[in-house]
Write a protein that binds this ligand. Structure first.
Ligand code: NAP
Length: 402
């Protein structure tokens, strides 16, 4: 419990922690009560120093709710936008306090009272503005934080290739691995020229029984500071129509490979007292998904493994993150024999992951994916959620595999 609380509140100045607690109270207790329980006749809201009452106040409470909810999220995740967001909102409150006091009290007393009432909020606005180092983007580069070398599995396309580009941009030299060697070489050339980093390519099939061990052996001479367990495959269809061998390979790539690589590379990180491990899980790992049953189960494995590891490695200088995207525009859907259904750009998903590294143990990019992954699971029962998930997945499965 103490460690959990320390995780939440460490690395943040006291005034920010006070605002986090206050925002949490407002978002989860006060605003729901204010909106759904408090009689309309008693409702009052102030925006920019203007007092709203009755139904107008009820409506204006929703943006307030949103502001506090976003603040909790922004503080917890150290989002870069939080700096401007916090400064703008606090400045608005300072302005409102000033106008409100001047208008309601009047005269010189009102003016002095307005300045006094506005000052604490103006100070908070200034504090936000000066806190660029605290929120992601202002911190040291990944190479400085974790070490010179990174290893990205599944680097020949999609999310893995974008991880490689994003890490190289921050000065990290890279081991790039997948099966398609020519693609890895092309990416390595690009990164060396564009970002002046060193690279090594290792072509390996992570679905084979000795693939992950061979990869770990191939990087034994390097101090890998960042491990990105990203390679993964799906396979759409009803289990009784699927090929057993392909399912076994899927489990090996999605579960055994990250397990072996993490087990082989984390001891070095612990010895050096710094490092990062990222698992590319999936929003699919939050619930059973009929017609993607084995894939969803492997991603639940990745999520549980990563979240447990996050706690095991606390205090050892190692950050662990499970990235859980919804649909992303990559080769994944084709490779999984899914009927194509679009998705987010891979670079955006990677940006969210790297902004989140060092924060809470998992992140779901995109609010709709977050709602699907969390609320559906928490509000509904697991069997109900499985039926809902079938509604999403069945139309994405080729008819002959349903
Ligand atoms: N795209 C999505 O909608 C989505 C959503 C949630 C989570 N994810 C997860 O994101 C990760 C990356 O997928 P992606 O979307 O970027 O798909 P992708 O474009 O198909 O990339 C998959 C990568 O994994 C590699 N890979 C597949 N089988 C392999 C094997 N047997 N041995 C070694 N490498 C192998 C592929 O390289 P080679 O083929 O060259 O070996 C490729 O580089 C996966 O873990 C996936 O589960 C994807």
């Amino acid at each position: 419990m103490n460690d959990w609380l320390r995780d939440i509140f460490q690395d943040r100045p006291g005034w920010m922690n006070a605002l986090l607690i206050f925002s949490g109270f407002m978002a989860f207790i006060y605003m729901p009560w204010d909106i759904f329980w408090k009689p309309v006749a008693e409702d009052k809201e102030v925006w920019f120093g203007i007092l709203f009452s009755g139904w107008a106040a009820k409506v204006m409470a929703f943006p307030h709710w949103f502001v506090y909810g976003a603040a909790v999220y922004g503080f917890r995740r150290r989002r870069p936008w939080m700096r401007t967001w916090g400064a703008a909102y606090s400045a608005q409150v300072a302005f409102g306090m000033f106008v409100w006091t001047v208008v309601s009290v009047g005269g010189l007393v009102g003016l002095i009272g307005g300045i006094l009432a506005a000052s604490p909020f103006a100070l908070v606005a200034w504090g936000f503005w000066k806190s660029e180092d605290h929120f992601a983007g202002g911190v040291a580069s990944l190479a400085e934080r974790y070490g010179e070398w990174g290893l990205v599995t599944g680097a020949s396309s999609g999310i893995g290739a974008e991880f490689a580009r994003a890490l190289a941009r921050q000065g990290v030299s890279l081991v790039l691995t997948a099966r398609r060697e020519e693609r890895l070489r092309g990416l390595a050339d690009e990164l060396e020229k564009q970002f002046n980093v060193a690279t090594r390519t290792v072509a390996v099939d992570l679905g084979s029984s000795d693939g992950p061990e061979r990869l770990a052996d191939a990087v034994r001479d390097l101090e890998i500071g960042i491990l990105v367990n990203n390679a993964g495959v799906g396979y759409a269809g009803r289990l009784d129509k699927q090929e057993t061998e392909r399912l076994q390979s899927l489990v090996a790539v999605n579960c055994s490979a990250p397990l072996v690589l993490t087990s082989r590379l984390v001891p070095g990180m612990v010895e050096r007292g710094r490092g990062a491990v990222i698992f590319t899980g999936s929003a699919a790992g939050h619930q059973p998904i009929p017609f993607h049953a084995v894939y969803a189960a492997t991603k639940a494995f990745d999520l549980f493994l990563g979240e447990a590891l996050f706690v095991e490695l606390r205090g050892k200088g190692i950050d662990v993150l499970v990235l859980e995207p919804g649909p992303v525009q990559t080769e994944f859907q084709d490779a999984a024999d899914e009927i194509s259904h679009g998705g987010e750009p891979a670079a955006e998903v990677v940006r969210v992951a790297l902004d989140s590294l060092g924060g809470p143990p998992s992140v779901v990019p995109g609010w709709f994916n977050w709602l699907r992954a969390n609320f559906a699971q928490r509000i509904g029962t697991r069997p109900l959620t499985a039926y809902i998930a079938r509604g999403f997945m069945e139309p994405r499965t080729p008819p002959d595999m349903r």
